[in-house]
Write a protein that binds this ligand. Structure first.
Ligand code: PLP
Length: 211
């Protein structure tokens, strides 16, 4: 089986990092349809922390499908979901004690933006050059890694400002840790001085590790 034979059926908006067609995964390895094994550092972009097909995960997933395939959470409550919300509340720090369950990263980004705007009553969001936060409209507005992601969708959600990461390994200013004098901090301050006052900013959104 070749990816090229099926490419015409997939939307071209999603660029692919490889043409590999996978058949299965186990732990930290994935195997292609041709039987080649790959050490996997990246699937699910840091979400699949337990690796592929961990027996406890597959057992739980199969068990759930046998019990109830879908219980719309806006219509009914479901025992496992309620218990999970309680466990997250106990694990989360401080007053972070309520959970909104969503389907993936982009929806979580949109939810976080809405929460920040609602909780602060402020319009502005500061994001970072090079960031990726998802493909929904608001997540695209705070994404700064590729102009192609934004092409054809302008105008974006307003009041989003981009600044540079303090990325010492490949410094955006071409300087070194010893010499930089915190230029990234200065760039952020310039946004506050020239573009939006800090008290108009609802949130700063940042990937702790950039994909
Ligand atoms: C940091 C970050 N946020 C959000 C997303 C979007 O996640 P999803 O594809 O689940 O919508 C990604 C996906 O790569 C991501 O890397």
């Amino acid at each position: 089986m070749k990816y090229q034979d099926y490419k015409e059926y997939l939307s071209p908006v999603l660029a692919k990092a490889s043409d590999l067609v996978m058949k299965s995964g186990k732990g930290c390895y994935m195997t292609t349809v041709e039987g080649e094994e790959y050490l996997d550092f990246v699937q699910s972009i840091a979400v699949n922390a337990l690796g592929h097909c961990h027996p406890k995960v597959t057992e739980a997933a199969k068990g759930q499908i046998d019990k109830l395939i879908s219980g719309s959470f806006n219509l009914v409550n479901y025992e496992e979901t309620l218990k999970l919300a309680e466990r997250i509340s106990r694990a989360a720090p401080g007053e972070l004690n309520v959970t909104f369950f969503s389907n993936g990263g982009a929806e979580a980004t949109d939810g976080a933006i809405k929460l920040a705007k609602s909780a602060t009553g402020r319009p502005g969001i500061i994001s970072f050059k090079g960031s990726f936060h998802g493909r929904t409209v608001a997540a695209t507005a705070v994404t700064g890694s590729n102009s192609k992601y934004r092409k054809n969708y302008e105008p974006m959600m307003p009041s989003v400002y981009f600044t540079s990461y303090p990325y010492c390994y490949r410094c955006p200013y071409g300087t070194t840790c010893d010499e930089c004098s915190l230029q990234c901090m200065r760039e952020l301050n310039e946004i506050f001085e020239n573009l939006i006052t800090p008290d108009s900013v609802a949130a700063i959104i940042m990937e702790p590790v950039q994909g």
